[in-house]
Design a protein around this ligand. Structure first.
Ligand code: AQP
Length: 335
């Protein structure tokens, strides 16, 4: 029997997960669980690269674990754990810091975008992709399923892997990013030329649809979605049609229908009808997720128990790679 490919991906507990996170990443994590040896992580160490209110963060970490389970991550098939519960991530990140030139990090577009919005930029924000590389390389992942925004970070992980291997001998795998064909970059409904993001959703009330939003909330966002002054309902790369294109992309990703089928269906309809049907498709997809989420969150003890067991499994799995790395760089290991 051929060995299953190792898949690793993470998500930040920085706010309410939205349909962009779902369509760009989570949905594919769920779909590939049977085929792959999957490892998923709630990356709370990444979250604090920008200040988080500790009480809110604590809740969001639990909520994110509950939501991922509710979306269909199956603990019997995949390993889902919280990053700060496994110290090996921080340890490997430090070692990788020492082989990563600062210039590589200063070039990252996500760093530049996020730094531009901060009064004071933490060293952690600059270092974010090195911690991400540590997450991935610690498990010798073959594939990293992510949205389009993470493409550059995966390239950097490969560069760090190559550099470490060059300096210290073959140690890490070279992981590949897996970016979906549909839904890799869902845009904000208020500003369809900007990526939908949790942090923007906090200040702008029709930016995103959250996975826990009620049908009324979903409709209140979608009915205000920015479109254009034309009438044509078509997929288009024209920035002027970005709003309509985004609505159609969300519809396509949730219904699984083809582009041709969708364009034929909406031909001659008005934008109001498009928005209503997109909202209905979203509401229908979110309903079972929300029902399962409410069940998971009712039993806090079971969730804690799950998180502890998962952290132990992750620590066990990551230990051999960390040990090899320490040996390679010349640390003295105690027997
Ligand atoms: N708009 C999006 N469309 C498609 N995929 C997306 N992802 C994020 N936004 C979109 C993918 O979701 C996964 C988890 O993302 P993350 O939480 O680790 O961080 P992020 O990319 O920084 O997400 P946000 O929502 O924009 O969070 P904040 O505002 O806190 O920075 C990743 O695979 C990502 O590609």
């Amino acid at each position: 029997m051929t060995k299953k490919k190792i898949v690793f991906s993470g998500i930040q507990p920085t706010g309410d997960l939205h349909i962009g996170n779902y369509l760009g990443a989570i949905k594919h994590w769920v779909a590939d669980q049977d085929l792959c040896d999957s490892i998923f992580c709630v990356v709370d160490l990444h979250a604090i690269t920008i200040f988080q209110d500790p009480r809110v963060l604590r809740d969001k970490i639990r909520q994110t674990v509950g939501l991922l389970l509710a979306c269909g991550i199956d603990p019997n098939k995949s390993l889902l754990f919280v990053q700060s519960h496994v110290p090996a991530h921080s340890e490997l990140a430090w070692i990788l810091n020492c082989v990563t030139p600062v210039g590589w990090l200063e070039r990252m577009t996500q760093y530049k975008d996020k730094a531009a919005k901060q009064e004071s930029v933490s060293t952690g924000l600059l270092d974010y992709p090195v911690l991400q590389a540590a997450d991935i390389l610690l498990y010798q992942a073959d594939y990293v399923p992510v949205g389009e925004d993470q493409r550059q970070h995966i390239e950097l992980t490969r560069d760090i892997s190559l550099r470490f291997n060059h300096l210290y001998g073959e140690t890490f795998n070279l992981p590949d990013g897996m970016i979906p064909k549909v839904g890799a970059k869902i845009m904000g409904f208020d500003e369809p030329t900007t990526k939908m993001s949790k942090s923007s959703a906090v200040n702008q009330n029709f930016h995103a649809v959250g996975l826990l939003d009620s049908p009324d909330q979903v409709w209140s966002v979608l009915k205000r979605a920015t479109t254009d002054s034309e009438k044509e309902i078509v997929f288009s790369d024209d920035p002027k049609k970005a709003g309509v294109n985004n609505l159609l992309t969300v519809y396509q990703a949730f219904t699984g229908k083809s582009r041709d089928e969708i364009q034929a269906h909406f031909a001659g309809q008005l934008y109001g009808a498009l928005k209503r049907q997109v909202a209905d498709a979203v509401i229908e997809a979110l309903k079972p997720i929300q029902e399962r989420y409410n069940q998971y969150m009712q039993d806090a003890t079971a969730l804690d128990h799950y998180m502890r067991a998962a952290a132990e499994r992750a620590a066990e799995r990551s230990a051999p790679t960390l040990k090899t790395v320490k040996e390679r760089v010349g640390f003295t290991l105690l027997a």
